[in-house]
Design a protein around this ligand. Sequence first.
Ligand code: MF3
Ligand code: CO
Ligand code: CO
Length: 274
Amino acid sequence: MNSLNAPPRTLIKSAEDIEGMRVAGKLAAEVLDMITPYVKAGVSTLELDKLCHDYIVDVQQAIPACLGYGGARGRKPFPNSICTSVNHVVCHGIPSDTKILKNGDIMNLDVTVIKNGYHGDTSKMFVIGEGSVLANRITQIAQEAMYRGMKVVKAGAYIGDIGEAIQKYVEAERFSVVREYCGHGIGKVFHEDPQILHYGKKGTGMRLEAGMTFTIEPMVNVGAWQTRLMGDNWTVVTKDHKLSAQWEHTILVTETGIEVLTARPEEDLSFLQN
Ligand code: MF3
Ligand code: CO
Ligand code: CO
């Protein structure tokens, strides 16, 4: 059983890969830091996209991984450099000059950069101006859900441990976990094995080993977990049109826990120590 659940060797990053992932992760985190002061009522999501695009390309001399991504099987490639998912949009929202942020909105801004061939993928929520109690609560619970998932990761743990930690926490708060989209292995490839489900049972699935790099990115809904894909073939919304929130980090598995490759200076990650 244990040997069957061991990860294939190809998912264990070399020391050189890990160094590359640290650089890419840091750049992705720095895009979120850069854009934060611009995220306020009155700005369009397309303006945010342009600021991020130009920063990634001109300042970081990196590549925005989302731009032109995922064009296979008849779907048009993603047209922009970041995803901006507002209110009932779960993920993969397309920036637009007509989507102007207003007081009370919540938005996930998701950025992935490629530097020297390696990917760094991270996202955070913004509450625009004064959010409702519910808007603030779903935002905070989604972040804590991500942290609960991160906390159980170390060599020898199972992927199912992450899903159970997240699902138990979210459902105890009477919110729901999106099923159709998950975290993912990441490295020279944007989305690679393993899939990191944000629900499940501990002790199941692949056993984790030091040197694996993947994302944890739970999407948490106020209402039901079901989603619907819009006609643009990208924008994912909640079926009941209630609010959804998401946070994402790229992490490295170590013998004793994790290294958060996309950590931002403002974040308190001291919970990982105990
Ligand atoms: N960054 C997203 C993720 O967390 C993927 C976005 S793909 C895009 O995996 F094409 F929609 F940008
Ligand atoms: Co991701
Ligand atoms: Co992402």
